[in-house]
Design a protein around this ligand. Structure first.
Ligand code: AMP
Ligand code: MG
Length: 545
């Protein structure tokens, strides 16, 4: 493990791809259209009083850094944008995107500045500061981020990783010491909030919109350069010894489709709602990226979206996510079409998305119910589909906490004799999941469902030769006990604002083991308290961040 100054940088992205040539550094960070370039060289904004709030030892190790070195003055200065290490070269990336269904033109890293690519064990990791000041892509905004949104980005990146969901990572979270003006409710009452910076880490920060921008401007040469770079850097197994060709681009597109499907299936499994699935917020590697107004399902409701901007149309609600993944892939297919020259192969490759998603979904749901022997590629029993659908329908009847319900399902007595128990006894393990008392009708329907579930579970155990304890263990490995409930990040932010700087680390520690019982942290597994139901930042969020 290395000291900070020993990290090895190999900045392929800016070395191999065309960048913006800036003649006058005094205007380099001012907003402007950038043509024919994948990035602009920019410098992070110096901050008044950087203060490290938290760093992730696992991410330090990922990039080869000794976790002990992930603290101290130099670390804090570098990862708050006040100093570059030898080998670093800072830049902002150019991309476009479809926002809420409409082409939005150039977007780009408006408040993200890359520091370079660190290489560890043959893998390149791009380090990126979010909230580090203006860039050519900042449009009308300031390039900064506030503490509440940075706590959310930092914690969720790591929570998702520990849940087993492909995601960008987060190395550190720092206060800048500067105040940032935000109109949190978009109601004309802006207030100053503490500024913060997160250092994100990913194999790549290239998005679907990174290709769309060049296609939209008919900058085909750069489009091809970026596609070939991405193939070489992030999909080397697809290239093998081949040169990029229409055939390779189609295989690549199919692989992106499969990865996107798998990631969105994971979101559905853990109850994550991204909130802004614009094409600029979908990573080409399939990692979850850009934690803005995301949220976690509390009451199971496919129509729920945390994003107040989307409250009316619910374009990015929980249940809409799989279809939006497909919609976004069609935009990507259009963008890379000039490299392929034919629509049919891309249309065929797009089918991979639906197939992969359906397989992952069936396997995940079977696993959530504790039914054995499902893996990607297995054919689910048709009757399991009905069992799953009828359960999901039941969960919408009474406001039911998704996380608690599935976690507690492992505790339900599945022995044949349990059918003889009273309704109250049968439902006892699940009662904690309900936000309101279920009606008599729901109670009866749930007991009927449990009866069918018992029969299927017993058959599954007979087939696999497993015990009930095995079943519970498997269920607990896919049904998390701890997720980043919406109000928890807000509580942590308020504690930090009141001077309790260790609050972030405490919650992060819990989220590192989402599938384990952690009796001392039972409080973080509780269902949403009533006060948080309508409190801003706790269940609904605007894009103001
Ligand atoms: P989002 O959908 O939140 O990921 O952001 C859409 C676009 O707005 C991206 O190009 C961001 O870089 C940019 N953006 C968001 N917030 C800011 C900000 N405070 N300053 C500058 N650009 C921003
Ligand atoms: Mg974004």
């Amino acid at each position: 493990m290395l000291a900070l100054t020993e990290l090895a940088f190999d900045n392929r992205f800016i070395r191999e791809l065309p960048g913006e040539l800036v003649a006058d550094t005094s205007t380099a960070n001012l907003p402007h259209q950038v043509y024919g370039a994948c990035y602009s060289l920019v410098t992070p904004k110096a901050t008044t009083k950087p203060q490290l709030l938290s760093s992730s030892p696992e991410v330090a190790e990922l990039i080869g850094l000794d976790p002990v070195a992930a603290s101290g003055d130099t670390f804090t200065r570098v990862f708050s944008g006040n100093q570059l290490l030898p080998g670093m070269q800072s830049y902002a990336m150019c991309y476009g995107g479809h926002q809420f269904g409409n082409w939005a033109g150039q977007l780009g890293d408006g408040r993200a500045i890359n520091l370079g690519e660190v290489v560890h064990q043959g893998q390149h990791w791009t380090l990126q500061l979010k909230g580090a000041g203006p860039t050519p892509y900042s449009r009308h905004a300031d390039g900064l981020a506030v503490l509440r949104s940075s706590v959310r980005e930092y914690l969720c990146s790591e929570a998702m990783h520990h849940l087993g969901v492909p995601t960008t990572r987060a190395l550190s979270l720092s206060l800048t010491g500067d105040k940032v003006l935000r109109d949190m409710f978009y109601d004309g009452h802006p207030e100053y909030e503490p500024g913060a910076v997160v250092c994100r880490v990913a194999r790549s920060f290239v998005r679907f919109g990174s290709f769309e921008i060049f296609a939209s401007r008919d900058e085909r040469k750069v489009l091809k350069q970026l596609a070939d770079f991405t193939l070489k850097a992030d999909f080397p197994e697809l290239l093998a010894n081949r040169e990029p060709s229409p055939e390779v681009y189609v295989e690549w597109f199919a692989e992106v489709a499969a990865r996107t499907a798998r990631t969105i299936a994971h979101w559905m499994r853990v109850g994550f709602v991204h909130g802004v699935m614009n094409t600029d917020n979908l990573s080409i590697t399939g990692d979850t990226i850009d934690y803005g107004p995301y949220g976690w399902l509390e009451g199971y409701d496919p129509e729920w979206t945390p994003n107040t901007t989307d409250a009316e149309h619910k374009r990015y609600s929980y249940g809409a996510q799989p279809n939006i993944g497909l919609w976004n892939l069609v935009r990507l297919a259009n963008a890379i079409y000039p490299l392929v020259g034919e629509a049919k192969p891309l249309e065929d490759a797009l089918k991979v998305y639906g197939e992969t998603f359906a397989q992952c979904r069936a396997a995940d749901m079977a696993a959530k119910l504790g039914l054995a022997s499902y893996s990607e590629g297995d054919k689910p029993q048709a009757s399991d589909g009905e069992l799953i659908e009828s359960l999901l329908e039941l969960l919408t009847q009474t406001e039911t906490d998704m996380t608690i319900f599935f976690r507690q399902l492992a505790q339900v007595d599945i022995s044949p004799q349990a059918d003889q128990l009273s309704e109250a006894e049968q439902l006892a393990p699940l009662m904690d999941a309900y936000y309101q008392a279920p009606s008599h009708k729901v109670i009866t329907a749930t007991c009927e469902w449990l009866s069918a579930y018992r029969k299927r579970s017993q058959q599954s155990l007979r087939d696999s030769g497993e015990s009930n304890v095995d079943r519970q263990r498997r269920m607990n490995a896919v049904n998390p006990k701890y997720v980043l409930r919406n109000y928890l990040s807000q509580q942590v932010t308020e504690r930090v604002e009141q001077g309790e700087l260790g609050a972030v680390d405490e919650l992060l520690e819990v989220l590192r083991h989402p599938y384990d019982e952690q009796p001392e942290f039972e409080c973080y597994a509780q269902k949403r308290p009533e006060w948080a139901r309508s409190k801003a930042g706790c269940s609904t969020l605007s894009c103001s961040s």
